[in-house]
Design a protein around this ligand. Structure first.
Ligand code: NOJ
Length: 447
């Protein structure tokens, strides 16, 4: 087994996101998000489930943080629910009042983390867009950029003294493509034009938030989290190699290139004819300097040329073991992806902000969950990090997805990613074996 070695100062964390864990959907003045609405759409979410209660983290965050700290985690990545902070925000009436309850909740959560010696990594947007903003077109319309900047400014003003690391957006790929093109995520739209506009507005919203942040004088680092899709070519044939590059351009380069100052990739602008609604100055704003890149990695797929497909590529079957999501375990893909990112990003520090494994966990009669496959998956992906760090690639931390089993979007509660099992009927938490794996790893390597 490859040795896992991590340098002093490497950050060990666990991650969640507001809609997936908080519950308390009607408390603290929270308004509706696009996910509340999407969950009510017949057939949209597994078994008609929703985020009303989830893991009840809104009420149980203290005990959850206590458990994280007991296991030795040094950082918690959570997200801030936009509809809790600005419940009255609408496109015409401006931001509305800042919610005292919403702010108090996240301040208290951060205080709790700090009291236990942990750092607070806050994602500003992890997909719970206020429905009132979607009613005017959401990410497909340009007003959203001002709205997001205003919301981010409120986060900086109200929580800037508490947050240790800021992430503007989580996986804009999912917001744009799954939300506005494939329609499998909220707001459930299937319209390529809207999706292309959403890509640009997400990028620009990110840049505007970073620019606004630089004006606050706050010193905590700020970055963005991507889930780069970097499929490999199914064969060595030129057409398949091109297909893999096209897939990467559509799903990934459209986010990463502009933020890294390279503009939109020509494959999409010239060959596929995507027309991003770029105005003067946008590209400079998108390329505002960031302090780190967050990487969410789960899998890698082979793709091949397919003349009949919309963008002329098609995902192919593969051979590796799969998780309960049906996702192949491909640590080699993680290595390829991180090397590629490192080659593009000019040494900007990388944080693994998510990596994890879904499994049909069930506690045994004594309440133990022996999730061997999750531990193996984690160990193999951490081995990649360890190896690349030894080679000098700047990977600065790793956040397990997820701390708790939670609401897995369109799959509802049917997919369990936690290192802690949640019995949704009682809300009791059961650390799985993988939680103890992390405990020991952090004890042995954590500084
Ligand atoms: C990415 C997302 O950020 C998170 O919300 C989701 O639960 C995990 N991946 C697993 O699909």
């Amino acid at each position: 087994m490859e040795k896992l070695e991590f340098p002093d100062g490497f950050v060990w964390g666990a991650a969640t996101a507001s809609f997936q864990v908080e519950g308390a959907a009607h408390e603290g003045g929270r308004s509706e998000s696009i996910w509340d609405v999407f969950c009510r759409r017949p057939g949209a979410v597994y078994a008609g489930e929703n985020g009303d209660v989830a893991c009840d983290h809104y009420h149980r965050y203290k005990e959850d943080i206590a458990l994280m700290a007991e296991l030795g985690f040094q950082s918690y990545r959570f997200s801030i629910a936009w509809p809790r902070i600005l419940p009255g925000m609408t496109p015409d009436a401006g931001t509305g009042a800042v919610s005292k309850e919403g702010v108090a909740y996240y301040r208290s959560l951060c205080e709790e983390l700090h009291a236990r010696g942990m750092s607070a990594t806050a994602t500003i947007y992890h997909w719970d867009l206020p429905q009132a903003l979607q009613d005017r077109g959401g990410w497909a319309e340009r007003f959203i950029v001002d709205a997001f900047e205003a919301y981010a400014q409120v986060c900086f003003a109200e929580l800037g003294d508490m947050v240790d690391r800021w992430i503007t957006l989580n996986e804009p790929y999912c917001s744009a493509w799954l939300g506005y093109d494939e329609g499998v995520h909220a707001p459930g739209i299937r319209d390529l034009d809207q999706a292309v506009r959403a890509v640009h507005h997400l990028n620009l919203a990110h840049g505007r938030a970073v620019r606004a942040y630089r004006q606050t004088g706050l010193a905590a680092p700020i970055g963005i989290t991507w889930n780069p899709q970097t499929p490999r070519s199914a064969t060595a044939r030129e057409a398949d190699r091109k297909a893999a590059l096209t897939a990467r351009a559509v799903e990934t380069d459209v986010f990463i290139y502009p933020v890294l100052g390279r503009g939109y990739p020509e494959i999409v602008t010239k060959e596929l004819g995507f027309s991003f609604p770029v105005k003067d100055g946008d590209m400079d704003i998108i390329a505002e300097k960031i302090d780190f890149i967050g990487v969410n990695y789960y899998t890698e797929n082979p793709v091949a040329f397919d003349p009949a497909a919309r963008f002329k590529y098609r995902v192919q079957p593969s051979w590796e073991d799969v998780s309960a999501m049906g996702w192949y375990t491909v640590p080699e893909g993680f290595e390829r992806q991180l090397r590629w990112l490192a080659s593009l990003s000019g040494g900007i520090p990388l944080f693994i902000t998510e990596n994890g494994y879904a499994r049909d966990d069930r506690p045994d009669p004594s309440g133990r969950v022996h999730d061997r496959e999750r531990i193996d998956y984690t160990r193999r992906h951490l081995a990649v990090c360890s190896r690349l760090i030894r080679e000098g690639i700047a990977i600065k931390g790793y956040y397990a997805w997820s701390f708790l089993d939670n609401f897995e979007w369109a799959y509802g509660y049917s997919k369990r990613f936690g290192i802690v099992y949640v019995d949704y009927a009682t809300q009791k938490r059961y650390p799985k074996d993988s939680a103890y794996f992390f405990r020991d790893l952090i004890a042995l390597t954590g500084a």
